[in-house]
Design a binder for this molecule. Sequence first.
Ligand code: BG6
Length: 484
Amino acid sequence: HRTGAFDFIIFGATGDLTRRKLLPAFLRRFLAREFGAEARIICVARTAHSTDEFREHVQQDLREFAPDVARDEDKLREFLGLLTYVALDATQADADWQAIKAALPDPERTRVFYLATGPSLYASVCEALSAHGLITQHSRVVLEKPIGTSLATARAVNEGVGRFFPEEAIYRIDHYLGKEGVQNILALRFANPALEKLWSSEAIEHVQITAAETVGVGSRGPYYDEAGALRDMVQNHLLQVLCMVAMDAPASLRADDLRNEKLKVLNALRPMTPDMVRQNVIRGQYTAGRLKGEEVPGYTQDLATKHTSSTETFVAIRTKIRTARWGNTPFYLRTGKRLATKTTEIVLQFRPQAWPIFTNMPSPGRLVIRIAPHEELSFVMAVRDPGAGGLRVRNATLNMSYEHTFSIAYQDSYERLLLDAVRGDPALFIRRDEVDASWRWVEPILDTWQQGLTPLEPYPAGSWGPASARALLARDGALWHEDM
Ligand code: BG6
């Protein structure tokens, strides 16, 4: 459905995120007629450009990052016409906000401020917005990750922003929540009562959540080397996916009902003591290796600025959720750069028969929810092996691929989330207490690492991480999906 008129102001408009994700997402939604010529996208960054020059750059970017839709010249020109560029250094106290004020003449229109700058600027940008009278009744602010680098810094960011915007107007984005496959977890679980009956320790032996990437650190070295995989992927994306998999049914799909249930999961995660960390968390860093037939350099070579670094590019975690539903089921989380393949998936491994009557039993079966590179559901089960004599069983897979089932092109997560922010639907955004709870669980891991209590293990690019990640599951008699 179409939105009304809105002003969308992006701080950090010359950055990677704006070029690769935000503006292509807006172009696609514009072409889908979700908004029209009455919308304004005001792009703010430090570099001195005129609006015409900026539009010129954006046109090139869109041809590169959204080539399938940037072909229609007339529509593209119409879209570029919605953009205004404002050069402003938001770090300077004496910066001139006049041009932004001039670009926002109507206080009755929906106003969304999108902060795609470093998080250290969030509070000061909000303060400046307030000082210049730009925050109206109809204003919201969207915060990109990372929100802080620790519990204390996350609190400082949230407090800083919270002084100028009420919590209902703060939209903390986690693009994993906008992914079709993550959204579908809700449908899978709460629209299929039969499946939900299986959804507990009673039937499920373990759950694994993997976000594996083949890319290395690329040009993001300065950010990534400070962050590492735990802050970059686990504290936000993986924990949010874990919440979607493990939460109880919310009373409704409204934002606070959903977030209350997610928060309960975060609070029920078994706390990480230093001993727990030593036994249940693996940290790795990629070294040079062969990936898809190509030689690729190691992490420190990719950084190019240092010879050594103790930043992890791989994490595997074994944890438990202290609830009646899940108490007996280990959850394994794993993410890494330069791994063997790009895949984001959830595996729910079923328990074996209590009293097996078949002499051979390949695997008690599993449900695989694949989120990337393609959305897919597979149900691995046991069937009689038609080729064998007697009653032998083997595994076979029921498969549902989105690509083959649905012909429509569904939205990328930023398309969905940007328009949700415009419409004022916070259901897929993170509430402040969720950020706190995630950091509270993650921080002891960082502290333990800092004390040098766990080794940083090298793994060759193109592998599935350090060998100890395999051993982590072997302890429970379990295997990672690629080894099954
Ligand atoms: C980002 C991380 O939040 O998510 C990146 O900062 C990572 O390091 C990316 O590559 C992964 O997103 P996706 O959608 O490609 O799985």
